[in-house]
Design a protein around this ligand. Structure first.
Ligand code: SF4
Length: 337
């Protein structure tokens, strides 16, 4: 089955137009006009979305999002609704995310039956993840999955760019259990160059989600020559530490992709320097996948520094926590265990 438009939420009438208030672009739409994201459009006096659909339906782990302090080892039935509010030139998922923004990207998704997805996830005591593309654009699907999953213990988690309005944060926080938010840089110019949008709303959204009880972890891609240096990483680490030194910060090694292919993968030295910067700014949990081996993925007790969770590549190794407490010194570790 091909593309289907279904009723959307988060819009209002404004001076004869229909304004979408899902992301900070706040598109003001004329009759039958589609928003900048390409997957939400005006139909009469209402808004519609093409995102009650998914390009994938497969199992991976919660560590793959990455979420390291949220139900470690939980299997995730992962969906991806086409579309994104950003147009990052290094996006490895651009064949799904740039539908509606790039003419060469064809629609490739099937409508989702939330009951069936939740039933499958419940069968493995898992959660449902929306990932690879921008999950906030699939807020209606998120709500349907969360409402169906509530009685069956199935959480919905996101991997998001965090480009949400306060209205979207308010709604999402009632339905999403955990989010990994990409915070690429706080530099206005660099963020616009990378994504086409401002960074301010991302920091505001991740703060708002945390305040409303959503478990939030943060990822930063270290793109050589752009976001891998101290001038990018220190302000981010400082901002996160001011929010809460316990926010887990994932440093992501960048590999050449899409339109940004003229560089080597991020060096190991740059990843190590990023970890040092995070720790110097007071962050307790700084992680590196695919560069520093098991040490980069291990969780240490914030008090006695004993290793309390060991991880394999994108998977749980073993946890030495006792209901979230360090067995050696009894410190309660930050997270949902
Ligand atoms: S979600 Fe899409 S339609 Fe809505 S404001 Fe953002 S870009 Fe515009």
């Amino acid at each position: 089955m091909g593309l289907q438009w279904t009723p959307a939420v988060l819009y209002r009438e404004r001076r004869g137009r229909v304004q979408c208030v899902l992301c900070p672009f706040r598109c003001s739409l004329k009759a039958e006009q589609t928003g900048l994201c390409g997957v939400r459009r005006r139909a009469g006096d209402r808004l519609e979305t093409a995102t009650f659909a998914s390009s994938v339906r497969h199992w991976d782990t919660v560590e793959r999002k990455p979420l390291y302090h949220f139900r470690p080892g939980t299997p995730c039935l992962t969906l991806a609704a086409p579309g994104c509010t950003f147009a990052c030139d290094y996006c490895i998922n651009h064949r799904m995310s740039q539908y509606g923004r790039e003419g060469s990207v064809a629609w490739d998704a099937e409508p989702v039956d939330p009951e069936s997805v939740v039933g499958e996830a419940a069968g493995r005591s898992g959660c449902v993840a929306i990932s690879y593309t921008e999950p906030s654009l699939a807020l209606e699907l998120t709500v349907a999955l969360a409402e169906s999953g509530r009685a069956r213990g199935v959480d919905v988690v996101w991997k998001s760019n965090g480009f949400l309005t306060p209205e979207a944060v308010e709604l999402a926080a009632r339905h999403v259990a955990a989010v990994n938010v990409d915070l690429k840089t706080l530099d206005e110019h660099d963020h616009r160059e990378l994504t086409g949008a401002r960074p301010g709303p991302v920091l505001e959204a991740l703060t708002g989600l945390r305040e409303r009880g959503v478990w939030v972890e943060v990822s930063t891609p270290l793109i050589p020559g752009l976001t891998s240096g101290e001038e990018t990483l220190r302000p981010i680490a400082r901002a996160l530490a001011a929010l809460d030194p316990a926010v887990p910060w994932h440093l992501v090694r960048a590999t050449p992709a899409y339109r940004r292919t003229g560089h080597a993968p991020t060096s190991v030295a740059a990843m190590e320097a990023g970890v040092r910067t995070g720790r110097e700014e007071g962050l307790r949990h700084v992680y590196v996948e695919r560069a520093l081996g098991a040490e980069g993925r291990a969780t240490r007790c914030s008090t006695c520094r004993t290793t309390v969770v060991e991880r394999d590549v994108w998977a749980l190794g073993r946890t030495l926590l006792d209901r979230g407490r360090c067995r050696r010194c009894g410190t309660q570790m930050e997270g949902r265990w």
